[in-house]
Write a protein that binds this ligand. Structure first.
Ligand code: ADP
Ligand code: MG
Length: 443
């Protein structure tokens, strides 16, 4: 049950603590009525600085404590429960998801923890302990161009549910995450999917996991304005410990494939270049548009429909740029199928290495989405003995993954750190990833 002080006439007034401005009209008894537009309040975070603070890892329990404390201190209420949704790491298959192709992500053990309470009205109040930011908005005011900043990833889920005709109560939500933002590990899907999972549980929406993911995706695409494909949210919701997910993004069919590097004496090292992707919407839009034009020129619906056999011949008539863009998509989607075949057959995961290297070269030379900081790290990791390495995520910064012997983690980390320093790049931060479970209720 709610722990909100019943003597207060409204939740909005409960927000009128020192850190937060009061609502505009003190004479109104209900803050909801006073809400002409969404309020966004930002204070310096009391606990941790923003997720840009790389990969220093607060544990799930710590995230839960932070979110729980903020619920009481900032929202002045008691949560109904707590939920978790992971970030994701894509093993191979980059920019293939909006071309109907294959992807091979896994859910991380890092993610976002949200404490959430169902409300009796249509208000959405959200607070991020990472950003020290509080936003409140009426559900009816949520939509494309609502100007909600980060809270679009939360409130947008409610909007997406309204579009589906679901009954949507207001919610209070606080979130704490240990997925670095903009590093290609989908901090945004962790946020939108933890919200979708919690809201569905509290409102009693009986939806399959794929629909929970779709709510998160709609929030990102339509309310936050981020044109992501279908991969991030599916991985965050449908991830399984010890498995990667092969996703056919056309049929949205998921195949869970055993992937447990540790049992083979390996580690999947994630190296954050500390150059977050930002302001790359234009470059992302250009890649989508190039893919669309290449498909049209080749007379297919999507690049997914171009067979990898005889590819050079098929692409020969295209202008150089479209030829290279299409070659990346078709070959990277094929690399997913090769990797999936290896995992299915129970082959030594080391055999994935050459596929990772080839994917990186393709992103660097054909799709042109890598940057010097990640290229330096990728090269250094391979030179230091990684079986393979590639940038992961949408590109223009972010993380490199490297498949290394478990015993070589420190050596490879030292080598990439040294290489970055010599190149005058930010000091990278590394952690070992394990495939984890998808979005779930914690308590
Ligand atoms: P990525 O998903 O690769 O990390 P995006 O640009 O898609 O990068 O998403 C990052 C955005 O998601 C942030 O700018 C912010 O708006 C939102 N976000 C992610 N994590 C949090 C958080 N813990 N608190 C508030 N907003 C967050
Ligand atoms: Mg994202």
């Amino acid at each position: 049950m709610s722990g909100e002080n019943p003597s207060r006439s409204s939740s909005g007034e409960a927000l009128a603590e020192p850190r937060i401005e009061t609502t505009p009209s003190p004479s109104r008894s209900s803050s909801g009525e006073a809400l002409a537009e969404p309020r966004i309040e930002t204070t310096p975070s009391s606990s941790r600085s923003s997720s840009g603070e790389a990969l220093a890892e607060p544990r799930i329990e710590t995230l839960l404590d932070d979110a729980d404390r903020a619920f009481r201190d900032v929202l002045d209420a008691t949560p109904d429960g707590a939920w978790f949704a992971p970030g994701r790491l894509n093993l191979v298959g980059e920019h293939t998801d909006y071309n109907g192709g294959f992807v091979l992500p896994l859910a991380l053990e890092r993610g976002a923890v949200a404490c959430v309470r169902r409300r009796d009205d249509d208000l959405v109040r959200v607070h991020s302990t990472d950003l020290g930011s509080t936003v409140q908005v009426r559900l009816g005011d949520v939509g494309p161009d609502a100007g909600l900043d980060w809270a679009a990833y939360v409130a947008g889920v409610g909007w997406a549910a309204v579009q589906r005709g679901l009954p949507v109560p207001g919610i209070d939500l606080t979130v704490s995450s240990n997925v670095p933002a903009g590093a290609g590990l989908s901090s945004s899907a962790a946020l939108s999917c933890v919200t979708a999972r919690a809201w569905a549980d509290l409102a009693g929406w009986d939806l399959p996991d794929v629909e929970i993911a779709a709510l998160g995706r709609d929030a990102e695409n339509h309310v936050a304005g981020a044109p992501t494909g279908v991969m991030d949210q599916l991985a965050s919701v449908c991830g399984r410990k010890g498995h990667a997910l092969e996703i056919d993004t056309r049929s949205v069919e998921i195949t869970w494939l055993p992937f447990d590097p540790a049992s083979a004496g390996l580690a999947l090292l994630v190296i954050d270049s500390r150059t977050p992707h930002a302001l790359v919407d234009g470059a992302y839009a250009e890649r989508r548009e190039s893919c669309r034009r290449a498909a049209a020129a080749l007379g297919v619906e999507e690049l997914r429909d171009v067979p990898v056999d005889g590819l050079e011949q098929r692409l020969a008539g295209l202008p150089d740029l479209l030829r290279r863009r299409a070659r990346h998509v078709v070959t990277d989607s094929d690399r997913v199928e090769q990797a999936a075949a290896l995992l299915t057959s129970g082959a030594d995961p080391r055999e994935l290495g050459p596929l990772l290297d080839a994917s990186h070269a393709s992103m660097r030379d054909d799709f042109e989405i890598t940057v010097p900081t990640v290229d330096t790290i990728q090269r250094a990791a391979v030179a230091a003995g990684a079986y393979g390495a590639r940038m992961t995520g949408g590109g223009f910064g972010g993380c490199v993954i490297a498949l290394v012997d478990a015993a070589a983690v420190d050596r490879v980390t030292a080598a990439v750190t040294d290489a970055a320093a010599r190149a005058g790049h930010p000091t990278p931060v590394a952690f070992v990833a394990e495939p984890g479970d998808g979005a779930r209720r914690l308590r």
